[in-house]
Design a protein around this ligand. Structure first.
Ligand SMILES: O=C(O)CCC(=O)C(=O)O
Length: 309
């Protein structure tokens, strides 16, 4: 079993209704799905793979080998205590924004990643439009909610990760299980090295690598806006002994100033149901300060904490 694979190009043709329904099913039943024919040129994706791998080799590998994570891990291996490293991830990360200081030594990194980011942002906005329509919200509702009412202020960050080969993968997580804090996440994952899993119906299932596809998932803020119709889903990355897994996750999140609340249309509809499923209303910056402390814990106490603020 794998997560749904959806041909995004069919949104513009005779199969539009079926494709909309497939995306609705991906959001409601899975919280994760992957898009093929998503419109980002393969030529750009090939360059992204190349520059990210070169970047790791040239600018990160040495740092990872000397990192606290590696040191803690090596100490544990020597101790042979059978314990697992619980509070760290076997992951090397940098986050790219429009105005960050760009890695300097890797030829073409900045140009390629800036180009990729603008393509993937367009795709994120298209997906949000599909979600608006599937949820019965007005066109542009989610984007406007994320902009915080003050122009184009939504956060758009791209996290470049590598999960280097780990000699004892049973002793550490690649990335600990969590749900994502924000809005819509678009992941360009490694073609060859797997490891990403989602928790569904009581079991962990693999997000199957599919060359040049983009994996989409929804974060806690989409769960709130949709009043629980689209749930954020637990996921994790396993450490693996073979291969250096590369993943590039782009996060379309609310502005820190944005007020997030369930869309009133969706609350009215669920008011007819027996139980009140209404989610809280809060400022996203407050949510992020709770998330910073509780990322790897269940999300419900986070919703409770911001409700009480
Ligand atoms: O690297 C991956 O495949 C997943 C990354 C992720 O879940 C995250 O950064 O929140």
């Amino acid at each position: 079993m794998g997560i749904p694979v959806i041909d995004f190009s069919k949104l513009n043709g005779e199969e539009r209704a079926t494709t909309m329904a497939e995306i609705a099913n991906g959001c409601e039943e899975w919280g994760f799905f992957q898009l093929v024919n998503h419109g980002i040129p393969e030529e750009i994706l090939e360059r992204v793979k190349k520059v990210c791998s070169q970047y790791y080799e040239l600018e990160r590998e040495g740092e990872f080998k000397n990192s606290t994570t590696t040191k803690l891990f090596n100490d544990l291996v020597v101790k042979k205590s059978g314990e697992k490293l619980e509070n760290v991830d076997w992951e090397d990360v940098i986050t790219l924004l429009d105005n960050n200081e760009w890695p300097a030594k890797t030829p073409g990194f900045k140009e390629t990643m800036a180009e990729y980011r603008s393509e993937v942002k367009i795709l994120a906005e298209k997906i949000m439009q599909v979600m608006d329509e599937n949820l019965g919200l007005s066109a542009g509702y989610i984007k406007k909610a994320f902009d915080g009412g003050d122009g184009d202020n939504a956060f758009f960050g791209t996290k470049v990760s590598h999960y280097p080969p780990c000699p004892n993968p049973e002793l550490v997580n690649g990335l600990r299980a969590h749900t994502d804090a924000g809005g819509v996440i678009l992941l360009f994952q490694d073609d060859q090295v797997g490891g990403l899993q989602i928790f569904k119906d009581g079991q962990w299932i693999d997000v199957q690598p599919l060359p040049n596809s983009i994996v989409i998932n929804t974060g806690d803020q989409i769960e709130v806006l949709s009043n629980g119709r689209y749930k954020s889903v637990w996921h994790r990355v396993l450490a693996t002994p073979d291969g250096n897994r590369r993943s590039i996750a782009s996060f379309y999140n609310p502005s820190l100033q944005a007020t997030i609340a369930p869309a009133p249309e969706l609350v009215e509809r669920s008011a007819n149901q027996e139980k009140d499923h209404t989610y809280p209303k809060f400022v996203f910056a407050d949510y992020m300060s709770v998330y910073a402390e509780q990322k790897f814990l269940p999300k419900e106490p986070r919703f409770q904490a911001v409700r009480a603020m």
